[in-house]
Design a protein around this ligand. Sequence first.
Ligand code: C2E
Ligand code: MG
Ligand code: MG
Length: 523
Amino acid sequence: MELTTQRFKFKRLFLMILFVVLLPSVAKELLIQIYHLEFKNQLWYDILGSATMLLFSTPIFIYLFRKTDKTALTLQNQLVENKEIHQKLTLSNIELDYNANHDFLTGLQNRYRLFSVLNKLTAERSELAILFIDLDRFKSINDTMGHLSGDKFIKLVSIRLKQAIPVGAQVFRHGGDEFVILSELENSRAVKIAESILEAFKEPFEVNNTLLYTSASIGISHLPEHGSDSVTLLKNADRAMYRAKELGGNTFKVFSQLAENDDQKQLMIENDLRKALETEQLLIHYQPVINLATGRLKSFEALVRWNHPKIGLVPPGEFIPVAERSGLINDIGTWVLESSCHQVKQWHSANENLGLAVNVSIRQFRDPQFPSFVKDVLESTQFPPHLLILEITESMMQDDLESVRIIEEIRTLGVKLAIDDFGTGYSSLSKLGFLPIDYLKIDRSFTMEMLTHKPMQSIVQTIIDMGRNLDMELIAEGIEEEGQSTLLAQCGCQFGQGYLFSKPLPSEEIERTYCLSTLLKVK
Ligand code: C2E
Ligand code: MG
Ligand code: MG
């Protein structure tokens, strides 16, 4: 539409120009034809022609000038407008870019920016330290004070972090209560930075007139030792941070591949251990406890074993700590207690005085339901309570009321208690007199040395005397030689167990080795 109007205008203009050009000759003709006015001199016609042309062309020129002027002005305005639009666009681009790279709450560079900076630095630099920071107990601040206060707190934390780091390091908000610091200084300075951050957090943060305290767990990874790309470096700093958290927080840890490998092995054991219970890979070996004076069998200690389908027999020392950490120990302990009570109850048909010792882990022991669980097992297996000995360690008889309550409840059932590995843990002798303990088990480390190292003999003698004075019976562990057995008996130790008498054996072998029908005398 616009184009047609434009074309029409041009046509009109062209006709007008044509008209103006032809006008002088038309004017001449008109003078001659209409007014019969003829000049002798051609000059007058020329003057008349030029005047007519000038007269008619002037408005055209004025029109053209005006038109050109208007177009020029429009163009000029358009240019100014374009420039303004361009400026606005550039500004909003800068704003968009800033928002995309910065955290809205703290104004710190965000996670997206972290990756781009980290990618660039890992490609350019030969040394770089990454500090992964996670606040300890931030969730409780958020939960108790509300999210708005939590936001204010995070803001203050970010300011303090910026103040705590040196020139050459920059801080990013990774998300939530996690921050990352990239230090381009020498890697050895990373530890110093971590220390100054921990120091800076010792001062409280004031949010809504309330003083809030926090600490941080910091993981450190280094380029090039702990990875060459940003993903690995950040992941490893994060792993190290978890390690710091596991230590209780308010500390830092430098990434260690060795610790990681250990963790992976533990994780593998933990996963396999879950299956082990379901697929009956666990079994119990029984080690006889002998009366050192008579040589007769007193009881068996139940010792759990794991027959791993690929690795073979795994000793408890390797999987019990994993089971304790993962909580699986409760299921394992339940199974050991039930199975061994059931087994030894069957052997009671040959010797009704046969005792059974079962190891109890600290996690089982701390379970408030533990005494009632023991009661249930005794009832369901019909096992006589006085023949059951639960072996606990020195660390379990701490001075807390809960341990004392559990010990007393177990004793009310009629079950006996032994302190295992006595002398190796931190026992408070003052507690020993107040707790209803029936047996002290002298640790293998004493038995092993008592023949070769005279002072050790005195220590063993002291333990035995102390136990006897407290009305406890003594069981020596790890007896491997005849001499040890004789000396222990001379020192007053009543019972003993060890390879000299027998290794821990599976139940079928126990049944084969010991003639159950003849009151289970030692071979
Ligand atoms: P513990 O209760 O002190 O058991 C004695 C350990 O010494 C057993 O190791 C036994 O095989 C070993 N031993 C016995 N006599 C000798 C000897 O003459 N020489 C040597 N070198 N060793 C001897 P094991 O079976 O490897 O058990 C290690 C530890 O694992 C146990 O120490 C106990 O603390 C724990 N444990 C075993 N079974 C269980 C269980 O069912 N539950 C819990 N919580 N812990 C268990
Ligand atoms: Mg034991
Ligand atoms: Mg022991």
